[in-house]
Ligand binder design. Structure first.
Ligand SMILES: Cc1ncc(COP(=O)(O)O)c(C=O)c1O
Length: 388
């Protein structure tokens, strides 16, 4: 379907599914396991720091690069968790969420006609940002149940027009964590073809079962070609604050800065020093948030299995993907999500929106478990009757 007035490069992008499904959740009084946001507040130290920043008058434009306290905290955090050093003045840029980091990176680095290689399913913003830059995504499809990265297909997707690889680990919507072998293979391909890599690591602290996050930038030869993106939203339950950042070599960060200054210029003034406080919280905080979310994963996954879905257990993130075919023979995940609120008062997201060709993800649906236990239990009890 074409949309009047919308430019040719954005045709087909329409309205994001998240708005549609959240509106449906409100209209039907459903449990919203669609959009990925937590329903509890983050640590009080972080909230108090934001209030203090507002009260102490930090309410005007922050510096383009981001406030110094946050940039320094980002550098300390990268060193503390991953042993990798960055310069707070030239290699760090604070952005309006990871979203703006992604948008400005792609707009800054891509020319019209360039190609971006990306594993799919993928966060729907990637395709939109590539389109805004006049570039196209060349997908490398991963398949359930394991969503293994097919490195032969990755190699086959590289063309003379490939400018960069866009990687998301831990991965939305599958909850996959790319393992060391896969990351090494991606690094090898990037080096061999002299590609830039943009990595989206917003779920870096939300890994389960003892798994560790390994930034691609820590692999030999990768620091100089990798832009690493993250955000405070998922780690500190502050998705509405939109404090994100990008770190990488000075030349690449300078390019991104050029685009960023003409998008929002700056954002989230008083929230920046508050996220700095969060990044400096003791190790135990980071252990605890992953453990809490792991227990929520277990609670929801058990309920989804009991409801009759084929469940692909995630290793990380807020999300679990299921196959709806045991409950809906035609395998139409989109129709399933549209009908689910009326059927039992639960909202989920059809995974087809995460594929360049929606048919590949037609039978898959994503539920978010970043909710209080009682909300998950309520959703599970509502889903129980579905098989009948
Ligand atoms: C993979 C991924 N990247 C980026 C974002 C956006 O992050 P932010 O809210 O910090 O802009 C999200 C949010 O859901 C996400 O899932």
């Amino acid at each position: 379907m074409t949309t009047p007035y919308l430019s040719a490069k954005l045709q087909g992008l329409g309205t994001t599914i998240f708005g549609e499904m959240s509106a449906l959740a409100t209209a039907t009084n459903s449990v919203n396991l669609g959009q990925g946001f937590p329903d509890t507040d983050g640590p009080s130290e972080v909230l108090d720091a934001a209030i203090e920043a507002i009260r102490s008058g930090q309410n005007q434009y922050p510096p383009l690069l981001g406030v110094a306290a946050l940039r320094e905290a980002i550098v300390e955090h990268q060193r503390r968790f991953y042993g990798i050093g960055f310069d707070a003045d030239t290699e760090v840029l604070v952005t309006c969420g990871a979203s703006e980091a992604l948008a400005s990176a792609l707009i800054a680095l891509l020319d019209v006609g360039d190609e971006v290689v990306c594993f799919e399913p993928s966060y729907d913003m990637y395709q939109a940002c590539a389109a805004m830059a006049g570039a196209t995504i060349r997908p490398v499809t991963m398949h359930p149940p394991l969503y293994a990265a097919d490195i032969d297909q990755l190699r086959a997707a590289i063309s003379p027009r490939t400018k960069l690889i866009l990687l998301n680990s831990p991965h939305n919507p599958t909850g996959k964590v790319f393992d060391r072998r896969e990351l090494q293979a991606i690094a090898d391909v990037a080096i061999e073809h002299n590609l830039i890599v943009v990595t989206d690591e917003v779920y870096e602290h939300l890994l389960f079962d003892g798994l560790q996050h390994i930034p691609l930038a820590t692999f030999p030869g990768m620091r100089e070609r990798t832009l690493t993106i993250s955000s405070g939203g998922k780690t500190f339950n502050t998705t509405g604050w939109k404090v994100g950042w990008i770190v990488g070599p000075a030349g690449l960060v300078a390019a991104v800065r050029t685009a960023k200054q003409y998008l929002t210029y700056v954002s989230s003034g008083p929230f920046q020093p508050a996220i700095a406080v969060g990044l400096r919280l003791p190790d135990q905080f980071f252990v605890d948030i992953a453990a809490d979310l792991q227990a929520k994963r277990d609670r929801l996954c058990a309920g989804l299995v009991a409801a009759g879905f084929d469940v692909f257990h995630p290793q990380a993130t807020y999300f679990v993907t299921v196959d709806v075919r045991p409950l809906r023979a035609d395998g139409d995940g989109y129709a399933f999500c549209r009908e689910l609120p009326a059927l039992c008062g639960v909202v989920a997201i059809p995974n087809e929106v995460f594929y360049t060709d929606p048919r590949r993800g037609r039978h898959l649906v994503r539920f978010a478990f970043s909710k209080r236990f009682e909300i998950l239990d309520e959703a599970v009890s509502r889903l129980k009757g579905l098989a009948a």
